[in-house]
Ligand binder design. Structure first.
Ligand code: ADP
Ligand code: MG
Length: 380
């Protein structure tokens, strides 16, 4: 799929942007702090239906304004689709005493969409930014987020399950607190266990299936990028400790874990099992990459995962997502850039690449290419 047009109004440092893009490589060049990352972030917003990196959405409004909007004209397998996000600062809305107090509105082809899940599959994108090294170096939360964002884009029902899970978890935690405070409720616990267990099982199963699919694809991309023969593998850890694989009996596993942590839960008043406590890691030849790998190895591994995701998205949805690469070119040597370009060019992938260097001579001769100069929120 392709993003044909993007229109931004009062988004970050863009007051007003209206631009067409190439179906292949779009190079966004400019000095630091000019709005390159902001532009990728706006495109990614259209893909995931919310701000990336858990930023508060009102922080995306251009300073001194009351609202922002992002509009994208997308060409996907269904045809041409217009996506629109509109966000109004609630505080301001109240002050203006507007009758309709909408804060956020998302539309597909002019029609309001109630659930984010119904917005997601219209535009899919894989983003690679420097902070994605946290997939290897960061906390379990960061890794789960990677999986959850990406599965959600091609599998909106997974997104709904995650939302459902959060709700049930909140209620179960509430109940546990009540029990700890001696205000009764122990008889209800069984019902919540069952509910949480059911959603947990679906979420964990999906994650395991996805990691299983991603493993050979990631290996292949790693090989294409480096020519190396390293054997990459994902390991999924149930409740942070126990390694599990696709096909394991999750129902039995959950039952046993629910029993095992029961006393502690009733002491502490929080839920101590479920997909919000799981983790996965990447190993190379059986060794944890986090501990063993160099910074460069981490970067290549994460890039390989992201490139593998292109294939994963394609296999799930039938078409390639957009590829958004923030500040990666400067980190790659000439050979890896060449490999990267080959990978992109060999498929019908639209790509947005930010860079502070002038690399156009390298890319120019080789692909359908558009180069933009980004300066202070203006694209030239
Ligand atoms: N809500 C906002 N309103 C106006 N400017 C913003 C807002 N948020 C960030 N900026 C500005 O955007 C610029 C950073 O843009 P960014 O896309 O990260 O730059 P880069 O080109 O280095 O990737 C900074 O100058 C920052 O002050
Ligand atoms: Mg940047």
């Amino acid at each position: 799929m392709y993003l044909e047009k993007l229109t931004l109004t009062n988004y970050r440092n863009y007051e007003s942007l209206n631009s067409d893009f190439s179906f292949q490589v779009n190079l966004l060049r400019g000095f630091n702090a000019q709005g390159k990352t902001n532009l990728l972030e706006a495109i990614y917003y259209l893909a995931i239906g919310k701000a990336y990196r858990s930023i508060r959405e009102d922080q995306l409004i251009k300073w001194g304004h009351h609202h922002f909007s992002i509009k994208g004209q997308v060409k996907n397998k269904i045809g041409q689709t217009n996506l629109e996000v509109f966000f109004h600062n609630q505080q301001q809305v109240k002050q203006l005493r507007r009758v309709k107090r909408v804060q956020k509105e998302i539309k597909v082809n002019g029609l309001k969409v109630g659930r984010t899940a119904d917005f997601l599959s219209n535009l899919t994108a894989v983003l690679f930014a420097p902070e994605n090294l946290s997939i290897i170096q960061g906390s379990p939360t960061e890794r789960r987020k990677l999986l959850d964002y990406d599965i959600s884009q091609v599998n909106p029902s997974y997104f709904l399950q995650l939302q459902q899970y959060q709700q049930i978890l909140k209620q179960r935690n509430h109940l546990l607190r009540k029990i700890v405070q001696g205000r009764g409720g122990l008889n209800e616990l069984e019902i919540w266990n069952l509910q949480l267990k059911n959603v947990s099982e679906s979420i964990i199963r999906k994650r395991l299936q996805v990691l299983e699919k991603l493993t050979p694809l990631t290996r292949l991309m790693q090989r294409k990028l480096t020519g190396g023969r390293e054997s990459l593998e994902f390991k999924y850890y149930f409740n942070r400790k126990k390694e599990i694989k696709n096909g394991d009996d999750l129902s039995d596993l959950l039952d046993r874990e629910i029993k095992r942590v029961r006393t502690e839960e009733l002491n502490r008043g929080i839920t101590l099992w479920g997909p919000h406590r799981d983790d996965f890691l990447l190993t190379v030849n059986g060794i944890n990459l986090k501990i063993y790998g160099s910074q460069g190895q981490h970067r290549t591994a994460v890039l390989a995962i992201k490139l593998a995701e292109l294939e994963f998205f394609k296999s799930e949805s039938g078409e390639y997502p957009l590829l958004l690469l923030d500040d990666v070119l400067s980190e790659l040597d000439q050979e890896r850039r060449e490999h990267l370009l080959q990978i992109i060019q060999s498929k019908a992938i639209q790509c947005f690449i930010t860079t502070t260097e002038d690399v156009s001579s390298f890319w120019h001769s080789k692909s359908n290419f558009a180069s933009f100069y980004v300066e202070n929120g203006v694209l030239k």
